[in-house]
Design a protein around this ligand. Sequence first.
Ligand code: SF4
Length: 194
Amino acid sequence: MTVLRVAQMIPDTEAEGPGRRFALWVQGCTLRCPGCCNPEMFAPDRGGEILQAAHLAQRVLETPGIEGLSVLGGEPFEQPRAVAEVCRAVRAGGRSVMVYSGYTLEELRAMRSDEVEALLQEIDLLADGRYEQGNPERRRRWLGSANQRLHFFSARYREDDPRFFLPNTVELRLAGGKLTINGWPAAADAFRRR
Ligand code: SF4
């Protein structure tokens, strides 16, 4: 039984990658980028839930109308075996997988880890690289800083997909007295002007 430390889930969002997606934030990240918007997800044992990878994948596949799964963090490659198991099952069920990592693809490959490679094999679209607070991305959708890159590992997504050129979106949800905000503001200045 493979388990995964999960910080947060949003079963149906249009703000974390192409189309309607199940967004899964994993718990734990040792990279600690200054200005990270999810510092509560740094510690591996702080809050969140421990879930079985197989159950989580089933939950994704049973969510109607979604195009795929986006895995964010926290750092997905700090739990590669469990994340790979979820992603493998999601793809076997016909849905796509997008993963955000603070590691660059070169750093991941240099780890020479079978588990890391196994996770890379289950990704259609990888967003890589640390978040750089002083280097905000102002043009490309779904990326936080200009150093980060998108890697298209399968034919499911193409760089010229028109959805990649639309403005970023932010979603606000109020449920059970808790407000959650996810997505990317169109520009770093968008909220300051209001
Ligand atoms: S890699 Fe991602 S989750 Fe980790 S500190 Fe950097 S921005 Fe935050």
